[in-house]
Design a protein around this ligand. Structure first.
Ligand code: 0L1
Ligand code: MG
Length: 263
C-alpha cells in the first residue's frame, strides 16, 4: 500500500519529536516496509517545514554517503542529500554540546558556497563557475534511530540524512585556485590523528558532489539556490564524539578549523 501525505506528516512529526527529545526510535521501515525513497524525501521536506515554522532558516544542503569509506561504514550504497538550517551551524572554534543529541559522530568534509543558482544536469565546469568559494568543514551526524548501523537508505533520507550540526572553516577560497581533488585532509582528536584522506575520497572530486546534488534535486523538481552552503560529504568514516574532545581538521590550502565537545 502506498503512503499518503498524512503518513509523511505523521512520520516527520515522529522523527522531529525524537530529535527534540534526544530519544531513539525504531527505523521507520520496521513498521513501514513500503517506505520508498520518494516517500523518504517527502518526509524529510515535511520535517524541514516543521523546523522553518519554528523560525529556522534553510541555509543549504548536505550530500551524504559520497565516499566509499562512509558507504562501507554504514552498509549503504548510494549518495543522498539533507537540508541544513541556520540553527545547525556551530561557529568555527565553538563548542558543540552533547546534551540533546543521541549518538553524535564527526566527519571531515569540504563545503562550497554558491554564488549562482544551479538546476538539473550540470557539468563540473558549470558547478565550479557557480561556486564562489570552498571551505574546510566538519559535519556532526546524529541518527535518530536505534540500531545505528542497520537502517536502510529511505530511513536515513527521512531522518534528514542524519544531519545534526556543521562547522565551517573561516578560510574561503575560489575553488579554481585549489587542486580540489588532491587536498590532504587530516582530522585530529585531542592531538592524535583519527582520520585522514585525500579530498578525492569525496565523490572522486568534491565539486562532483555539487553536480550529483543538482541531479538528485532535479528528480524532485527542485534546484540549488544562489547563496547556498553545500557540504560535499565526508572523506572518511565518521568518528564518535566524547565529552572533552577537541577536534581539529586541517585541509591543504584551506587552513585549520576546530570544535570543542562539551557534556
Ligand atoms: O553525511 C552522511 O554521510 C550521512 C550518512 C548517514 C548515515 C549516518 O548516520 O552515518
Ligand atoms: Mg556528512
Amino acid at each position: 500500500m502506498s503512503m499518503t501525505e498524512r503518513n509523511h506528516q505523521e512520520l516527520a512529526r515522529l522523527l522531529d519529536e525524537a530529535r527534540l527529545g534526544a530519544r531513539e526510535v525504531s527505523p521507520l521501515t520496521r513498521a513501514h516496509a513500503e517506505l520508498s525513497l520518494p516517500d523518504a524525501y517527502a518526509i524529510q521536506a515535511e520535517g524541514i517545514r516543521l523546523r522553518t515554522a519554528r523560525g529556522e532558516r534553510v541555509v543549504g544542503l548536505k550530500m551524504g554517503l559520497t565516499s566509499e569509506a562512509k558507504r562501507k561504514q554504514m552498509n549503504l550504497d548510494s549518495p543522498v542529500y539533507g537540508v541544513l538550517t541556520d540553527r545547525m551551524q556551530v561557529p568555527a572554534g565553538g563548542v558543540f554540546k552533547l546534551q540533546g543529541t543521541i549518538h553524535p559522530k564527526i566527519e571531515p568534509e569540504i563545503a562550497f558556497r554558491t554564488a549562482r543558482a544551479l538546476r538539473g544536469r550540470i557539468t563540473r565546469e558549470e558547478a565550479l563557475d557557480a561556486c564562489a568559494s570552498a571551505m574546510a568543514a566538519m559535519e556532526i551526524l546524529d541518527s535518530r534511530y536505534t540500531d545505528f548501523k542497520y537502517f536502510s537508505l529511505p530511513d536515513v533520507v527521512a531522518d534528514n540524512s542524519s544531519s545534526s550540526m556543521f562547522v565551517l572553516g573561516a578560510t574561503e577560497r575560489p575553488p579554481r585556485e585549489l587542486d580540489l581533488a588532491r587536498l590532504n585532509m587530516s582530522m585530529e582528536v585531542n592531538g592524535a590523528q583519527v582520520q585522514s584522506a585525500l579530498s578525492s575520497a569525496i565523490s572522486g572530486d568534491p565539486i562532483l558532489s555539487v553536480v550529483q546534488l543538482c541531479e538528485l534535486l532535479a528528480e524532485r523538481g527542485e534546484s540549488l539556490p544562489a547563496g547556498s552552503i553545500v557540504l560535499a560529504g565526508a572523506a572518511t568514516a565518521a568518528h564518535m564524539l566524547q565529552p572533552g574532545d577537541q577536534v581539529r581538521l586541517t585541509v591543504d590550502g584551506l587552513g585549520t578549523l576546530s570544535v570543542s565537545v562539551a557534556q
